[in-house]
Design a protein around this ligand. Sequence first.
Ligand SMILES: Nc1ncnc2c1ncn2[C@@H]1O[C@H](COP(=O)(O)OP(=O)(O)O)[C@@H](O)[C@H]1O
Ligand SMILES: CC(C)(COP(=O)(O)O)[C@@H](O)C(=O)NCCC(=O)O
Ligand SMILES: [K+]
Length: 258
Amino acid sequence: MLLTIDVGNTNIVFGIYSGKDLLTHWRISTHKEQTEDEYGIILKSLIADAGIDFRKIKGVIISSVVPTITPYLEKMSRKYLGIKPLVVGPGIKTGINIKYENPREVGADRIVNAVGAYHKYGGPLIIVDFGTATTFDAVSSNLDYLGGAIAPGLGISTEALFRRAARLYRVEIAKPEKVIGRNTASSMQAGIFYGYVGLVDHIVERMKKEMGEDNVFVVATGGLASLICSETRTVDKVDPMLTLEGLRIIYEKNAESV
Ligand SMILES: Nc1ncnc2c1ncn2[C@@H]1O[C@H](COP(=O)(O)OP(=O)(O)O)[C@@H](O)[C@H]1O
Ligand SMILES: CC(C)(COP(=O)(O)O)[C@@H](O)C(=O)NCCC(=O)O
Ligand SMILES: [K+]
């Protein structure tokens, strides 16, 4: 079995694969001050609760966009699972050719998504990931990672709206019936929801033009993807587990060197 770990700025997602099958996954919030022992306790109890024998885990792969957390998860893996984990970064085989000016600058999650999506759907494609930030990644038909766009995420945009305006308050991120809101909550929902639908479609359309390839497939992932993509014109498919799938594929590409 393989343990995949995706460290985002809001959540850490753990997945357990048996071969190509994702057996189960868990989401815990990202706290910068957690130690290897705390991660060890959390993970061991989640694994036990799922009725999985942790000794069956033979590999661990980590993708992280929070550098301070990575060493604690590496230590956890060594201490509690007895496994030296693979950490996605320089020196790891991904098969993708990163065209960023400085390849080290790209978030590991974006590369993992690109590898997972290309493997599943082929290129050319665009991946939209609704996380703390919303990322857009362009991948060519011959597996070049071309770059993309980073927009403020839905959660943090909504939070900024009510934090900075005295009479606004927290509202649920949901699709309101009408874009012309007749109370504060539905007006905020209209601005957030339909504004974000427009942001996604507009960026995707511009990226497609700039890529200059035909039949660009568009896949979206992340917690709020299905909500927003119920209204977008440009997203072809919502695939919630794309990042974990990318991690599994990268692990397999590197397995012989572990
Ligand atoms: N399954 C979900 N359903 C609804 N909202 C979600 C879900 N997962 C994450 N979110 C929301 O999406 C935002 C980003 O979360 P996440 O995708 O975990 O980001 P990151 O990868 O940056 O940690 C947060 O505001 C979170 O509350
Ligand atoms: C853009 C991100 C903050 C997205 O992270 P997330 O929303 O998944 O927490 C992350 O991929 C990152 O820190 N990237 C480094 C900058 C770059 O990709 O250019
Ligand atoms: K992410």
